[in-house]
Design a protein around this ligand. Structure first.
Ligand SMILES: NC(=O)c1ccc[n+]([C@@H]2O[C@H](COP(=O)([O-])OP(=O)(O)OC[C@H]3O[C@@H](n4cnc5c(N)ncnc54)[C@H](OP(=O)(O)O)[C@@H]3O)[C@@H](O)[C@H]2O)c1
Length: 331
């Protein structure tokens, strides 16, 4: 079978190759999934570059999520229960950019058949992060403001729709002015363009000088530093991405005097700390919200497995529209 493989970390356009590798056999408690589709997320590209936060066991196959059909079981109750089902495959060690993959049965999550395959392929990473950050960690109450950076991202758009659905308000930071109208149409309450206006000044103006109670940042650098300045007294900010690859600068007095908090959020660590019931209820909630279109991903260009370098190039393009998807098989 074909698999995307890299032997050393580096630029995805240079190090990714498609190789014929042996079909893996599932052991006890594992299943083999025939993969249908998988997205190219920013975390996949960081993993290939060796900058993700956990080192790939080389040679490695990227792909933290995707969807497929369970075609073989290595035995065990859970593995037998998902046999033949269409599942979302979640793996914190990558491995989904291949025609067949083996995972523990608990990482093969049955997805309702009325959810299209491109949405099933993006079932976990962004939807779970949107729900968990806003509702499980920050617990944003109805009517409260959330400031988010990289608001035009797939995840940012989910949060705008989730806010409309749940009743909190979003202040959305983008780097390109042309994204503003699109996000306002989607339900954004306010859009701030970081390239031509001050994030803290605009946030203070929108909150009668109080600052925002909640913020989430995926950019880092000056944008993250400005988001901290936009927080009000007792404000809380989650840092969940490093898109600019630049460190943030925070005046310790603003944290101290105003009792602000800046915390890291990483979905894989959060998920590893939850019990199976919490995860089951989260998967159910994602399924419901995805069916209702709240947690939908806009899909942009699609590529075959053999076009992986083109897919990586497209995914890294600034101003790209929609999630890049790898179509691995049609049925
Ligand atoms: N911590 C976690 O557990 C976790 C989980 C899920 C996702 N994430 C992170 O969430 C972020 C969004 O993921 P996604 O899949 O939604 O991404 P995506 O759809 O690929 O979108 C990326 C967005 O980031 C913007 N962007 C890229 N570089 C930027 C920069 N230097 N400054 C400002 N904006 C920049 C792009 O803006 P343009 O449109 O202007 O190009 C684009 O809107 C990523 O950083 C990802 O790693 C983290």
């Amino acid at each position: 079978m074909n698999a995307v493989v890299f032997d050393h970390c580096g630029d995805p356009e240079e190090v990714l190759q498609v190789r014929d590798v042996p079909t893996p056999e599932p052991g006890p408690g594992q299943v083999r999934v025939r993969m249908l589709a998988s997205p190219v997320n920013p975390s996949d590209l960081l993993y290939v570059r060796g900058m993700y936060g956990s080192a790939p066991p080389l040679p490695a196959t990227p792909g933290f999520e995707g969807a497929g059909i369970v075609e073989a079981s290595g035995g065990g109750l859970l593995a037998r229960r998902v046999m033949g089902k269409r599942v979302a495959v979640v793996s914190s060690m990558g491995g989904n950019w291949r025609e067949q993959t083996v995972v523990p049965a608990r990482q093969a999550i049955p997805v309702p058949t009325d959810i299209p395959i491109d949405q099933a392929a993006t079932f976990f990473v962004n939807p779970a992060s949107a729900v968990v950050m806003t509702q499980y960690v920050l617990r944003i109450p109805r009517g409260a403001w959330l400031l988010q950076t990289a608001a035009g991202s797939a995840l940012g758009r989910m949060i705008i729709r989730l806010a409309k659905h749940s009743g909190f308000k979003t202040m959305n930071v983008v780097r390109r002015r042309e994204q503003a109208d699109e996000l306002l149409r989607l339900g954004a309450d306010a859009v701030i363009c970081s390239s031509d206006e001050s994030i803290p000044d605009r946030a203070l103006a929108l909150t009668n000088g109080n600052g925002v109670p909640f913020a989430i940042d995926a950019v880092g650098g000056k944008t993250a530093s400005d988001a901290v300045m936009a927080l009000g007294a007792n404000g809380r900010m989650l840092v969940y991405g490093t898109l600019s690859m630049e460190p943030m600068t925070v005046d310790p007095r603003t944290l101290m005097v105003n009792h602000k908090t800046v915390e890291g959020f990483w979905l894989s660590i959060w998920a590893a700390r939850q019990n199976p019931l919490t995860m089951l209820l989260l998967f159910r909630r994602i399924g419901q919200l995805m069916r209702g279109g709240v947690l939908a991903s806009d899909v942009g260009a699609t590529f075959g497995l053999d076009q992986i370098r083109e897919a990586a190039r497209e995914a890294a393009k600034p101003g790209r529209h929609g999630k890049v998807l790898i179509k691995i098989a049609s049925t």
